[in-house]
Ligand binder design. Structure first.
Ligand SMILES: Nc1ncnc2c1ncn2[C@@H]1O[C@H](COP(=O)(O)OP(=O)(O)OP(=O)(O)O)[C@@H](O)[C@H]1O
Ligand SMILES: O=P(O)(O)OC[C@H]1O[C@H](OP(=O)(O)OP(=O)(O)O)[C@H](O)[C@@H]1O
Length: 212
């Protein structure tokens, strides 16, 4: 089997954890890869080519088939709703999606909710039967309730440090987040043997890996 698997890897905080996991599974991907500026990294000894992408773009590369597989947070998968297969829970970059506000927050009519995840937030409040105005931001979401842009926010919580330092509280958990291995639907059929082998290699080290 000499086909090359193209793997979309997120730059940023998932990369190092994902690289460590791939390493443990016996796939020699450099752990400091993203410190340089190269965006396409061939690893011929593993019959793989790594594409370094912005996390939110990983499902797009995979859906369009320019990457056969990818590593991406469940938060991005829920928000982007791309037509891809979710193959494996890698158990890394663990955090949760939550509704957050000031401790003295009071329900108002049609509250404003700021978030990087407008689809996730809209769906959540719709399911709760609450009408809200969603405001899309691209980062530092915790600022919004502090400066009066929004009544509440929907954002990720890991250690709770950001909330604590900004006097905010977690009010409702929406879902747990970990990174997932995803695959293009056609690649999954055409390169099934290689993809299955990769899944088996990752799965063999997953329980030990995620306990750490
Ligand atoms: N505090 C956190 N703890 C653990 N995992 C997180 C945390 N924040 C984000 N993640 C996970 O890591 C993924 C990437 O987050 P990161 O902050 O690197 O990306 P980003 O801010 O979207 O990217 P960029 O900085 O390029 O805009 C998220 O989609 C989520 O799955
Ligand atoms: O509970 P904690 O451990 O404090 O982590 C949560 C923070 O991490 C993420 O922010 P990120 O660092 O990606 O910055 P950004 O919001 O500007 O994207 C998230 O949006 C929270 O702000």
């Amino acid at each position: 089997m000499d086909e090359i698997l193209k793997v979309a890897m997120p730059k940023g905080r998932i990369y190092k954890q994902a690289a460590k996991l791939f390493h443990k599974a016996g796939l020699p991907i450099p752990e400091d890869l993203e410190e340089g500026r190269r965006l396409i990294i061939p690893v011929p000894e593993a019959r793989m080519e790594f594409i370094l992408a912005k996390p939110v773009d990983v499902p797009t590369y995979v859906e369009y088939g320019v990457a056969d597989i990818g590593v991406v947070g469940k938060d991005v998968l829920m928000e982007e709703n791309r037509n891809v297969y979710e193959l494996l829970d890698l158990g890394i970059a663990r955090c949760r999606m939550s509704v957050i506000g000031l401790p003295d927050w009071k329900q108002v009519i049609n509250p404003r909710v700021a978030t990087k995840y407008p689809n996730v937030a809209s769906q959540y409040f719709r399911e709760q039967g609450q009408q809200v105005e969603v405001i899309k931001l691209n980062g530092s979401i915790e600022l919004a309730p502090l400066i009066g842009l929004a009544d509440r926010i929907v954002d990720m919580v890991e250690t709770g440090q950001t909330l604590k330092e900004n006097g905010l509280v977690e009010q409702e958990e929406i879902f747990q987040i970990t990174s997932r291995l995803i695959a293009n639907r056609v690649s999954y059929r055409m390169k099934n043997e290689s993809i299955q082998r990769l899944c088996d290699m990752l799965q063999a080290v997953l329980p030990a890996f995620t306990k750490v």
